[in-house]
Ligand binder design. Structure first.
Ligand SMILES: [Zn+2]
Length: 453
């Protein structure tokens, strides 16, 4: 493994690899950020979100690095999807069916009761499980700006989840969203059958608690199949453009997370975009930059105006030690996709990595745009901090650190950095921002019973 790790703090490392940013809050779930994947989530879910009576802009999808097949919601309009769910979905219709079900929980405002086996029967805002066996619980507190800090609050519990009534209600709601969006329920049925096979194969224990709180998969399949088969969309094929995008995202995830599987599942005999993407990631992960570049050059030659392939080319060059060469493809990618803060972040990273100070102004411009556009981008704050530090602007470097630690849920470090920033930054919006972070961090520390000095 030649992962280039950017140490952010003693306890928190953020790994930027290719286009995929993985962010690991202390002892918690690891989120994966990727522009292409997030754009796919948004596009395949938009008609379902609208059918659910919500606005697509308001619903967030978060990719979690976990190879188990799962998706869940945890309060708010946010759907968490495991990488394992994508890697084991055969086509986009299966993923859409899962999303439709989860949106059924969101729209239904479902709240579960934690059944931790201890005496904790308090109601918490939490999670749906498609598959029983494993559950995650998040505390309700989502204080202000600390949007995606689920990780810190997530605890694994032995089981849990929505009531049978709520599962059924989410099933029915999900089926109606698929119908309204004109998407076949075939994916849903196939997916349930896949889960049943998994349960069989891995002998996931069907203990009493699970049976009590979840309808059996068999019942769900036959019940839903009856609804789907009577829907006009039942025989409709997937949208070919979305399907092609899905296959590329799946290939990318497999290449990134499981290079050995990528080389097995996407042999050289295949030269389609998905296969080349999988191999490009796999080779890059395995430290074979020439092979990775050969795959990506072929991809870019076939799709010269695809921002995500240009981004991939730039990332491979950057991470194999050629930041200056990465600039042209990344600049072009950003031109083609100006609203992709993760591509802007990659360009900012490459500009900083050249260590050429004449490029720092451009770096600041793209990174500032990235942090404005993006709800959760500690890595862009890290790069901004590097530039401020080099320029001798210590207070703004401290503010950038405060923003980053705040996002990562490192409240003590966020507070210390915010105070340091307030000491030197002078009156103005940056001072107010530092003050806000200090206040929120103090609040979080007090809530956690920590001593504040
Ligand atoms: Zn559910």
């Amino acid at each position: 493994m030649t992962r280039i790790a950017h140490r952010l703090a003693t306890v928190t490392a953020l790994v930027a690899l290719l286009a995929l940013f993985s962010i690991r809050p202390a002892a918690a779930q690891q989120f994966l950020r990727d522009a292409e994947t997030e754009a796919l989530f948004a596009d395949i879910s938009a008609p379902l979100v609208e059918a659910a009576g919500m606005r697509p802009d308001n619903v967030e999808f978060v990719l979690i690095n976990d190879d188990s097949i799962n998706a869940f919601v945890a309060g708010g309009q946010r759907v968490y999807i495991h990488s394992g769910l994508i890697a084991s979905s055969d086509h986009v219709g299966q993923l859409q069916a899962v999303i439709a079900h989860e949106l059924g929980h969101v729209a239904g405002g479902h709240i579960i009761r934690l059944q931790s086996g201890v005496n904790d029967a308090s109601t918490i805002s939490i999670a749906s499980l498609l598959l029983g066996g494993l559950a995650m619980a998040a505390g309700g507190g989502e204080a202000g700006m600390g949007a995606m800090l689920l990780g810190q609050q997530v605890a694994r519990t032995r089981f849990l989840a929505f009531s049978r009534t709520q599962e059924t209600s989410a099933d029915i709601a999900g089926a109606s969203y698929l119908s309204a969006a004109g998407i076949s329920g075939r994916g849903s049925i196939e997916f349930f059958k896949k889960l049943q096979n998994q349960e069989f194969r891995y002998a996931i224990p069907q203990d009493n608690s699970y049976q009590r709180t979840h309808p059996l998969s068999g019942e769900r399949v036959s019940y839903l199949q009856n609804i789907y088969e009577n829907d006009p969309a039942w025989r409709r094929a997937n949208d070919p453009a979305l399907e092609a995008r899905f296959q590329r995202v799946k290939a990318k995830l497999i290449g990134y997370l499981d290079p050995a599987r990528a080389l097995r599942d996407y042999p050289h005999a295949r030269d389609d975009a998905a296969a080349r993407t999988a191999r490009a990631y796999a080779y890059h992960q395995g430290a074979y930059p020439e092979q990775a570049l050969a795959e990506v050059e072929a991809l870019v030659a076939a799709h010269p105006d695809d921002p995500y392939l240009l981004e991939l080319k730039g990332q491979i060059l950057l991470e194999s030690g050629h930041p200056a060469a990465a600039l042209a493809p990344l600049r072009r990618a950003l031109e083609l996709a100006p609203d992709e803060p993760l591509i802007a972040t990659a360009l900012g990273h490459a500009l900083v990595a050249t260590e050429d100070e004449s490029r720092f102004d451009e770096a600041k411009t793209v990174l500032r745009r990235a942090v404005l556009q993006d709800r959760y981008n500690p890595f862009a704050w890290y790069q901004l901090g590097v530039i401020y530090e080099r320029e001798g602007d210590t207070p703004r470097a401290a503010l950038a650190s405060a923003e980053r630690f705040h996002m990562l849920g490192q409240h003590k470090l966020a507070l210390a950095s915010a105070r340091m920033a307030m000491n030197g930054i002078g009156q103005g919006p940056d001072f107010i921002r530092a003050q806000d972070i200090a206040m929120v961090s103090e609040h979080e520390l007090r809530k956690a019973g920590e001593e504040i000095r």
